[in-house]
Design a protein around this ligand. Structure first.
Ligand SMILES: NC(=O)c1ccc[n+]([C@@H]2O[C@H](COP(=O)([O-])OP(=O)(O)OC[C@H]3O[C@@H](n4cnc5c(N)ncnc54)[C@H](OP(=O)(O)O)[C@@H]3O)[C@@H](O)[C@H]2O)c1
Length: 301
Protein backbone atom coordinates (compact mmCIF):
# COMPACT_ATOMS: atom_id res chain seq x y z
CA UNK A 1 0.00 0.00 0.00
CA UNK A 2 1.28 3.50 -0.92
CA UNK A 3 2.80 5.69 1.80
CA UNK A 4 0.49 8.51 0.68
CA UNK A 5 -2.36 6.74 2.35
CA UNK A 6 -5.71 8.41 1.71
CA UNK A 7 -9.34 7.87 2.63
CA UNK A 8 -10.06 6.12 -0.66
CA UNK A 9 -7.68 3.31 0.41
CA UNK A 10 -9.94 2.31 3.27
CA UNK A 11 -11.41 -1.02 2.13
CA UNK A 12 -15.13 -1.73 2.06
CA UNK A 13 -16.60 -2.02 5.54
CA UNK A 14 -19.91 -3.44 4.36
CA UNK A 15 -21.25 -5.94 6.91
CA UNK A 16 -19.09 -4.57 9.75
CA UNK A 17 -20.14 -2.75 12.90
CA UNK A 18 -17.84 -0.16 14.47
CA UNK A 19 -18.13 1.69 17.77
CA UNK A 20 -16.26 5.02 17.87
CA UNK A 21 -16.00 6.98 21.11
CA UNK A 22 -16.04 10.78 20.94
CA UNK A 23 -17.53 10.57 17.45
CA UNK A 24 -19.42 13.87 17.49
CA UNK A 25 -16.45 16.04 16.50
CA UNK A 26 -12.81 16.07 15.46
CA UNK A 27 -10.96 12.89 14.65
CA UNK A 28 -13.71 10.65 16.00
CA UNK A 29 -16.25 12.33 13.74
CA UNK A 30 -14.10 11.91 10.64
CA UNK A 31 -13.34 8.31 11.55
CA UNK A 32 -17.06 7.60 11.91
CA UNK A 33 -17.81 9.45 8.67
CA UNK A 34 -15.34 7.45 6.58
CA UNK A 35 -16.35 4.12 8.10
CA UNK A 36 -19.98 4.98 7.28
CA UNK A 37 -19.02 6.03 3.75
CA UNK A 38 -17.38 2.62 3.35
CA UNK A 39 -20.57 0.85 4.40
CA UNK A 40 -20.07 0.04 8.11
CA UNK A 41 -22.81 0.33 10.68
CA UNK A 42 -21.35 2.97 12.99
CA UNK A 43 -22.24 3.42 16.64
CA UNK A 44 -21.31 6.90 17.84
CA UNK A 45 -20.35 6.91 21.54
CA UNK A 46 -21.05 10.47 22.68
CA UNK A 47 -22.15 12.12 25.90
CA UNK A 48 -24.34 14.84 24.42
CA UNK A 49 -27.43 13.82 22.45
CA UNK A 50 -27.69 17.06 20.45
CA UNK A 51 -24.04 16.93 19.41
CA UNK A 52 -24.45 13.27 18.44
CA UNK A 53 -27.53 14.07 16.33
CA UNK A 54 -25.73 16.95 14.64
CA UNK A 55 -22.83 14.64 13.75
CA UNK A 56 -25.15 11.93 12.42
CA UNK A 57 -27.03 14.52 10.35
CA UNK A 58 -23.74 15.77 8.89
CA UNK A 59 -22.70 12.21 7.96
CA UNK A 60 -26.11 11.57 6.37
CA UNK A 61 -25.70 14.66 4.17
CA UNK A 62 -22.75 12.85 2.58
CA UNK A 63 -24.09 9.30 2.95
CA UNK A 64 -27.89 9.37 2.96
CA UNK A 65 -28.07 5.60 3.54
CA UNK A 66 -25.59 5.65 6.46
CA UNK A 67 -26.39 3.09 9.15
CA UNK A 68 -25.78 5.05 12.36
CA UNK A 69 -26.85 4.95 16.00
CA UNK A 70 -26.06 7.07 19.03
CA UNK A 71 -24.85 5.28 22.14
CA UNK A 72 -24.93 7.53 25.19
CA UNK A 73 -21.45 7.37 26.71
CA UNK A 74 -19.88 9.58 29.33
CA UNK A 75 -16.38 8.33 30.05
CA UNK A 76 -16.31 10.23 33.35
CA UNK A 77 -18.74 7.65 34.75
CA UNK A 78 -18.24 3.91 35.16
CA UNK A 79 -22.04 3.57 35.37
CA UNK A 80 -22.45 5.28 31.99
CA UNK A 81 -19.71 3.09 30.50
CA UNK A 82 -21.49 -0.01 31.81
CA UNK A 83 -24.81 1.12 30.38
CA UNK A 84 -23.24 1.98 26.99
CA UNK A 85 -21.53 -1.43 26.95
CA UNK A 86 -24.84 -3.17 27.64
CA UNK A 87 -26.40 -1.41 24.65
CA UNK A 88 -23.50 -2.33 22.39
CA UNK A 89 -23.53 -5.94 23.62
CA UNK A 90 -27.07 -6.18 22.25
CA UNK A 91 -25.68 -5.73 18.73
CA UNK A 92 -25.39 -8.85 16.56
CA UNK A 93 -21.66 -8.35 16.24
CA UNK A 94 -18.91 -5.81 16.84
CA UNK A 95 -15.94 -5.73 14.48
CA UNK A 96 -14.16 -2.57 15.54
CA UNK A 97 -13.83 -0.52 18.71
CA UNK A 98 -12.13 2.86 18.36
CA UNK A 99 -11.10 4.29 21.71
CA UNK A 100 -10.83 7.88 20.49
CA UNK A 101 -12.51 10.28 22.94
CA UNK A 102 -10.12 12.45 24.87
CA UNK A 103 -9.59 15.52 26.94
CA UNK A 104 -6.40 17.60 27.08
CA UNK A 105 -4.98 19.87 29.79
CA UNK A 106 -8.18 20.73 31.69
CA UNK A 107 -7.99 22.39 35.10
CA UNK A 108 -7.74 19.76 37.84
CA UNK A 109 -11.04 17.91 37.83
CA UNK A 110 -12.18 14.51 39.08
CA UNK A 111 -14.46 12.10 37.24
CA UNK A 112 -17.71 11.00 38.85
CA UNK A 113 -15.78 8.04 40.28
CA UNK A 114 -13.02 10.20 41.72
CA UNK A 115 -10.35 9.67 39.06
CA UNK A 116 -8.20 12.54 37.76
CA UNK A 117 -10.04 13.56 34.57
CA UNK A 118 -7.39 12.96 31.90
CA UNK A 119 -6.27 9.59 33.30
CA UNK A 120 -9.91 8.73 33.99
CA UNK A 121 -11.39 9.56 30.58
CA UNK A 122 -8.47 8.92 28.26
CA UNK A 123 -7.28 5.67 29.85
CA UNK A 124 -9.44 4.19 32.62
CA UNK A 125 -12.74 4.82 30.85
CA UNK A 126 -11.53 3.16 27.68
CA UNK A 127 -9.97 0.29 29.67
CA UNK A 128 -13.36 -0.38 31.30
CA UNK A 129 -15.21 -0.05 28.00
CA UNK A 130 -12.87 -2.43 26.18
CA UNK A 131 -13.06 -5.04 28.94
CA UNK A 132 -16.84 -4.99 28.88
CA UNK A 133 -17.05 -5.22 25.08
CA UNK A 134 -14.45 -7.99 24.78
CA UNK A 135 -16.97 -10.88 24.81
CA UNK A 136 -18.68 -9.50 21.68
CA UNK A 137 -15.44 -8.47 19.94
CA UNK A 138 -13.99 -11.94 20.57
CA UNK A 139 -16.76 -13.54 18.54
CA UNK A 140 -15.24 -12.03 15.38
CA UNK A 141 -11.91 -13.52 14.32
CA UNK A 142 -10.86 -10.32 12.54
CA UNK A 143 -12.03 -7.73 15.07
CA UNK A 144 -9.80 -4.83 16.17
CA UNK A 145 -9.42 -2.52 19.13
CA UNK A 146 -7.82 0.77 18.13
CA UNK A 147 -6.72 3.25 20.79
CA UNK A 148 -5.81 6.83 19.93
CA UNK A 149 -2.67 8.06 21.66
CA UNK A 150 -0.52 11.12 20.93
CA UNK A 151 3.01 12.29 20.16
CA UNK A 152 2.73 13.56 23.75
CA UNK A 153 3.18 9.98 25.03
CA UNK A 154 6.90 10.58 24.48
CA UNK A 155 8.41 11.70 27.74
CA UNK A 156 5.27 10.67 29.61
CA UNK A 157 5.47 8.84 32.94
CA UNK A 158 2.84 6.95 34.88
CA UNK A 159 2.84 8.39 38.39
CA UNK A 160 1.93 5.16 40.17
CA UNK A 161 2.45 6.84 43.57
CA UNK A 162 -0.11 9.55 42.86
CA UNK A 163 -2.45 8.23 40.16
CA UNK A 164 -5.24 10.69 40.92
CA UNK A 165 -2.94 13.74 41.25
CA UNK A 166 -3.77 14.22 44.91
CA UNK A 167 -0.30 15.57 45.67
CA UNK A 168 0.36 17.67 42.59
CA UNK A 169 -1.28 18.40 39.25
CA UNK A 170 0.54 19.40 36.07
CA UNK A 171 -1.98 19.61 33.21
CA UNK A 172 0.52 18.64 30.53
CA UNK A 173 2.22 15.87 32.51
CA UNK A 174 -1.15 14.30 33.20
CA UNK A 175 -2.08 14.46 29.51
CA UNK A 176 1.24 12.82 28.63
CA UNK A 177 0.65 10.19 31.30
CA UNK A 178 -2.81 9.37 29.93
CA UNK A 179 -1.49 9.10 26.38
CA UNK A 180 1.41 6.87 27.48
CA UNK A 181 -1.22 4.76 29.25
CA UNK A 182 -3.03 4.38 25.89
CA UNK A 183 0.12 2.81 24.42
CA UNK A 184 0.95 0.66 27.44
CA UNK A 185 -2.65 -0.58 27.42
CA UNK A 186 -2.51 -1.47 23.71
CA UNK A 187 0.76 -3.37 24.10
CA UNK A 188 -0.42 -5.20 27.23
CA UNK A 189 -3.72 -6.05 25.55
CA UNK A 190 -1.95 -7.25 22.42
CA UNK A 191 0.25 -9.53 24.53
CA UNK A 192 -2.72 -10.95 26.42
CA UNK A 193 -4.71 -11.52 23.23
CA UNK A 194 -1.78 -13.40 21.74
CA UNK A 195 -1.39 -15.54 24.86
CA UNK A 196 -5.08 -16.37 24.75
CA UNK A 197 -4.70 -17.22 21.03
CA UNK A 198 -7.42 -14.71 20.22
CA UNK A 199 -7.46 -13.49 16.62
CA UNK A 200 -8.33 -9.99 17.81
CA UNK A 201 -5.84 -7.20 17.12
CA UNK A 202 -5.01 -4.32 19.45
CA UNK A 203 -3.50 -1.42 17.52
CA UNK A 204 -2.54 2.12 18.58
CA UNK A 205 -2.33 5.30 16.56
CA UNK A 206 -1.88 9.05 16.89
CA UNK A 207 -3.08 11.94 14.71
CA UNK A 208 0.01 14.17 14.91
CA UNK A 209 -1.12 17.77 15.28
CA UNK A 210 -4.70 18.18 14.09
CA UNK A 211 -6.90 21.22 14.09
CA UNK A 212 -9.83 20.08 16.26
CA UNK A 213 -11.59 21.18 19.44
CA UNK A 214 -8.95 19.46 21.59
CA UNK A 215 -7.40 22.81 22.54
CA UNK A 216 -10.58 23.96 24.27
CA UNK A 217 -8.84 24.07 27.68
CA UNK A 218 -5.74 25.92 26.47
CA UNK A 219 -7.21 29.38 27.16
CA UNK A 220 -5.04 32.26 25.88
CA UNK A 221 -2.23 29.74 25.28
CA UNK A 222 -4.09 28.63 22.18
CA UNK A 223 -2.93 31.81 20.40
CA UNK A 224 0.62 30.45 20.62
CA UNK A 225 -0.51 27.52 18.50
CA UNK A 226 -2.16 29.64 15.78
CA UNK A 227 0.89 29.66 13.45
CA UNK A 228 0.99 25.86 13.72
CA UNK A 229 -2.51 25.66 12.27
CA UNK A 230 -0.97 26.44 8.89
CA UNK A 231 0.92 23.15 8.87
CA UNK A 232 -1.38 21.08 11.04
CA UNK A 233 -3.59 18.28 9.81
CA UNK A 234 -7.25 18.97 9.26
CA UNK A 235 -9.43 16.74 11.38
CA UNK A 236 -10.03 14.54 8.32
CA UNK A 237 -6.29 14.10 7.74
CA UNK A 238 -5.79 13.47 11.44
CA UNK A 239 -8.23 10.58 11.19
CA UNK A 240 -6.10 8.78 8.58
CA UNK A 241 -3.78 7.00 11.08
CA UNK A 242 -6.86 5.84 13.00
CA UNK A 243 -8.50 4.60 9.81
CA UNK A 244 -5.35 2.79 8.74
CA UNK A 245 -4.93 1.20 12.18
CA UNK A 246 -8.57 0.15 12.04
CA UNK A 247 -8.75 -1.24 8.51
CA UNK A 248 -5.36 -1.84 6.87
CA UNK A 249 -5.27 -5.58 6.15
CA UNK A 250 -1.50 -5.57 6.82
CA UNK A 251 -1.79 -4.16 10.36
CA UNK A 252 -0.44 -6.46 13.04
CA UNK A 253 -1.49 -6.49 16.68
CA UNK A 254 0.78 -4.14 18.67
CA UNK A 255 1.35 -1.86 15.66
CA UNK A 256 1.29 1.92 15.98
CA UNK A 257 0.26 4.31 13.18
CA UNK A 258 0.87 8.03 12.84
CA UNK A 259 1.18 10.72 10.18
CA UNK A 260 3.72 10.09 7.42
CA UNK A 261 5.06 13.66 7.22
CA UNK A 262 8.09 15.17 8.94
CA UNK A 263 8.25 14.45 12.67
CA UNK A 264 4.96 12.52 12.39
CA UNK A 265 3.27 15.89 12.78
CA UNK A 266 0.96 15.80 9.76
CA UNK A 267 -0.02 14.30 6.40
CA UNK A 268 -1.30 10.86 5.57
CA UNK A 269 -0.58 7.74 7.67
CA UNK A 270 2.07 5.06 8.09
CA UNK A 271 3.34 2.59 10.66
CA UNK A 272 5.52 4.48 13.19
CA UNK A 273 7.75 3.56 16.13
CA UNK A 274 6.65 3.39 19.73
CA UNK A 275 8.84 5.20 22.24
CA UNK A 276 11.30 2.74 23.78
CA UNK A 277 10.12 3.70 27.27
CA UNK A 278 6.70 2.24 26.46
CA UNK A 279 8.16 -1.17 25.63
CA UNK A 280 8.32 -2.16 29.24
CA UNK A 281 6.26 -5.25 30.11
CA UNK A 282 6.64 -4.54 33.83
CA UNK A 283 4.84 -1.21 33.33
CA UNK A 284 2.17 -2.86 31.19
CA UNK A 285 1.50 -5.28 34.02
CA UNK A 286 1.49 -2.63 36.74
CA UNK A 287 -0.87 -0.38 34.81
CA UNK A 288 -3.15 -3.30 33.96
CA UNK A 289 -3.38 -4.29 37.61
CA UNK A 290 -4.27 -0.81 38.89
CA UNK A 291 -6.72 -0.29 36.01
CA UNK A 292 -8.55 -3.49 36.97
CA UNK A 293 -8.53 -2.52 40.64
CA UNK A 294 -9.79 1.03 40.01
CA UNK A 295 -12.49 0.19 37.45
CA UNK A 296 -13.50 -3.21 38.84
CA UNK A 297 -13.44 -4.51 35.24
CA UNK A 298 -11.59 -7.73 34.42
CA UNK A 299 -11.06 -9.08 30.92
CA UNK A 300 -12.38 -12.54 30.02
CA UNK A 301 -9.90 -13.59 27.32
N1 LIG B 1 -6.02 17.03 17.74
C1 LIG B 1 -4.77 16.67 17.96
O1 LIG B 1 -3.82 17.36 17.52
C2 LIG B 1 -4.46 15.43 18.72
C3 LIG B 1 -3.12 15.11 18.92
C4 LIG B 1 -2.78 13.96 19.60
C5 LIG B 1 -3.78 13.12 20.06
N2 LIG B 1 -5.09 13.45 19.89
C6 LIG B 1 -6.11 12.53 20.42
O2 LIG B 1 -7.13 12.33 19.46
C7 LIG B 1 -8.34 12.01 20.14
C8 LIG B 1 -9.48 12.85 19.57
O3 LIG B 1 -9.20 14.19 19.85
P1 LIG B 1 -9.66 15.40 18.91
O4 LIG B 1 -8.44 16.12 18.52
O5 LIG B 1 -10.62 14.94 17.89
O6 LIG B 1 -10.40 16.31 20.02
P2 LIG B 1 -11.86 16.94 20.10
O7 LIG B 1 -12.19 17.60 18.81
O8 LIG B 1 -11.85 17.76 21.35
O9 LIG B 1 -12.80 15.67 20.29
C9 LIG B 1 -12.77 14.94 21.50
C10 LIG B 1 -13.97 14.03 21.57
O10 LIG B 1 -13.93 13.33 22.83
C11 LIG B 1 -15.18 13.48 23.47
N3 LIG B 1 -15.10 13.41 24.92
C12 LIG B 1 -14.37 14.18 25.76
N4 LIG B 1 -14.64 13.85 27.03
C13 LIG B 1 -15.58 12.86 26.98
C14 LIG B 1 -16.29 12.10 27.96
N5 LIG B 1 -16.13 12.33 29.27
N6 LIG B 1 -17.15 11.16 27.55
C15 LIG B 1 -17.36 10.92 26.23
N7 LIG B 1 -16.75 11.62 25.26
C16 LIG B 1 -15.86 12.57 25.64
C17 LIG B 1 -15.66 14.87 23.03
O11 LIG B 1 -17.05 15.01 23.29
P3 LIG B 1 -17.70 16.46 23.59
O12 LIG B 1 -17.77 17.16 22.27
O13 LIG B 1 -19.03 16.13 24.18
O14 LIG B 1 -16.77 17.15 24.55
C18 LIG B 1 -15.31 14.81 21.55
O15 LIG B 1 -16.27 14.06 20.87
C19 LIG B 1 -8.07 12.23 21.62
O16 LIG B 1 -7.84 10.99 22.25
C20 LIG B 1 -6.81 13.08 21.64
O17 LIG B 1 -6.04 12.89 22.81
C21 LIG B 1 -5.46 14.59 19.21
Amino acid sequence: MSERYQENQVPSQVGKTAFVTGANTGIGYDTARVLAEKGARVLLGCRDEQRAIKAMDAIRVRVPSANLAWIELDLTSLASIRSASEQVLAEEHLDLLVNNAGVMVPPKTLTQDGFELQFGVNHLGHFALTGQLLPLLKQQTEARIVTVSSLAHRGGEIDFDDLQANQSYSRMKRYQMSKLANILFTLALSERLAQAQCGLKAVACHPGGSNTELGRHLGPLKYLFLPLELIMNSSAEGALPTLRAATDPDAVSGDYYGPAGWGEFARSAKRVAIDAAARNPQQWEQLWQVSEDLTGVTFAF
